[in-house]
Every structure is written in structure tokens, then in C-alpha cells.
Design a protein around this ligand. Structure first.
Ligand code: FES
Length: 161
């Protein structure tokens, strides 16, 4: 593993463990790296003196944690029934084409992760797209296009085809 990466895992894991709570430590690691790298999880369990199996159980139990690297921006399209009938598959296709990735994937530059989610409980506002935790309702292809262009502009990146 790259030395600087190992060092950052060590620093973050040590700082996170100072709080003494496994969940708080995992939260801090997730906030720092956008996911829970297994190396950081090992280090945190050592610093907190909790079994690694327990750290992995907690990491996989809570939806807020992910063991897979995610992009800087996470776009989630609701595929619940109400959003589906209002056109969310078309929104998903549009995002997938623009970003060049499919659902559950992350762009090579680690800027974007595209996901589908089940009903978010706000069906009246569907179709819904969640961008970095912010809900946008009554989405259309034009709105999704604008949303993505704004993010791409922010990141100084051009859309694929
Ligand atoms: S189906 Fe999308 S919020 Fe319910």
C-alpha cells in the first residue's frame, strides 16, 4: 500500500479511536475517506481493542457505512414504484450515459457514484434524485441534466457523449 495512504489511515484511526466508541470512530473514518477502508478498520479495532469481527459487523449493519469506495458526489435515483411510474428509469439511464457508469458504480476519477434506492417515503414528490444527501423532487430529464452540469462544472469535468 502507498506509504502516505497508510499513514493517513494510521492518523485517522488513532484520532477516531480517541473517542472510545466504535461507531463514533467508524463515523469519523467514513467522513474522512468517504468509505471504510479495511486497513483503517483494522487499525481502529486495534486502537479501540475491539475484535475485528465486531468492527466489521457494525460496519456492515449500518447503512450509513460502506466498505466500498464511493465517489465524492453520490447520486441516488429512487426506483420505488411511485417514482418508477413517473419516469425514474429514464433519469437513471440519462445519468448513467452522461457519467459512463451503471448503478452501483463509481467513475474512475472517484468523483461520482451512481446508485438506486428504494422508496424514500416522499412518493408525492417523485421522481426523486438524492444528491449528496439533498432530495430533489419532481425531477425531469432537463432537471437532471442541469443538476449534473452544475456538479461537473463545479468539478471542471466534461460529460461523456
Ligand atoms: S417511490 Fe420514490 S419516494 Fe416513494
Amino acid at each position: 500500500m502507498h506509504e502516505a495512504v497508510t499513514e493517513s489511515y494510521q492518523i485517522v484511526s488513532r484520532e477516531a479511536a480517541k473517542q472510545g466508541s466504535l461507531i463514533a470512530a467508524l463515523n469519523q473514518i467514513q467522513a474522512e475517506f468517504n468509505y471504510l477502508p479495511s486497513e483503517a478498520l483494522v487499525l481502529a479495532s486495534e486502537w479501540l481493542d475491539v475484535p475485528l469481527s465486531q468492527a466489521f459487523s457494525v460496519a456492515t449493519f449500518y447503512n450509513a457505512f460502506t466498505l466500498q469506495p464511493k465517489g465524492k458526489h453520490c447520486l441516488s435515483v429512487c426506483m420505488g414504484t411511485a417514482c418508477h411510474v413517473r419516469g425514474s428509469p429514464r433519469l437513471m439511464d440519462s445519468l448513467a450515459t452522461s457519467l459512463g457508469i451503471g448503478a452501483g458504480e463509481t467513475t474512475g476519477d472517484k468523483l461520482f457514484t451512481l446508485e438506486t434506492v428504494n422508496c424514500l417515503g416522499a412518493c408525492a414528490l417523485g421522481p426523486i434524485v438524492v444528491t449528496d444527501g439533498d432530495y430533489s423532487g419532481q425531477m425531469t430529464l432537463a432537471k437532471v441534466d442541469r443538476l449534473l452540469k452544475r456538479l461537473l462544472k463545479m468539478e471542471a469535468r466534461e460529460p461523456h457523449g
